[in-house]
Design a protein around this ligand. Sequence first.
Ligand code: MF3
Ligand code: CO
Ligand code: CO
Length: 276
Amino acid sequence: MFWSRALEKDTRGRTTRDGIRIYDPSDFAGMHKAGEVAARILDAMAPLVYPGQTTGAIDAEITRMVQEAGATSATIGYKGYQHASCISVNHVVCHGIPGGKVLKDGDILNIDVTVIVDGWFGDTSRMYVAGKLPRKAERLIQITHDALMLGIEQVKPGNTFGDIGHAIQAFVEGHRMSVVRDFCGHGLGRVFHAPPNVLHYGRPGTGAVLEEGMFFTIEPMVNLGRPETKTLADDWTAVTRDKSLSAQFEHSVGVTADGVEIFTLSPEGRFHPTYG
Ligand code: MF3
Ligand code: CO
Ligand code: CO
């Protein structure tokens, strides 16, 4: 999501002095359900990604599955956005708009779905490939996935958001790839985008301190080339300025007494790789 100073605030219940909502232990169950619905939809997209398929047809199936689950799409109607998913192909960093685009052999894509179930938000995205996965793309996707999981390993009470960002950045840059700065993760729960901005770069020990009951996403975008992005005339599609390939993975997580709970784990165990 966009870096923002004007995030929606969920003022019910307790918030920290950084404006981060602290949820109750009983709230984890609702997040778990919402996250599972989103993850199950992403599992079901794997066979629909192939050369000749359109991104619009994939989105239509997501719309259908959201309804079938008795859930609501969080993105339809969000700031004028009209689709149940964002589908970002090759050098598109995020917020790709599904439509008539036809996938070709070797294209890589991120599918990002956010659903609302009983008022709780589940937000997750993963990478897919149409046809045969090119070698360079495979490396990019692997590093991006591993960077997300290293970030998640930092999630426990007492660590800081800077610890998360640093773990991601150090790993990605160690592999001579770059972390996108223009977009970040976000708090969520009863709202879609809440404080804090969860940056995917940073210094250890800086930023807000993690506390039990915080819910947020981690969703690093990694480029093979330079980190700069630009937004196209449609006001949504963000692309790499240098046209290099970009990848992203996203989980919604909650801080527990001694670590982390991932709400958006794949029921089929295929978060990565979703293909193959
Ligand atoms: N799911 C995206 C995120 O990870 C947000 C998409 S907003 C939309 O934060 F309007 F572009 F769909
Ligand atoms: Co998100
Ligand atoms: Co998302």
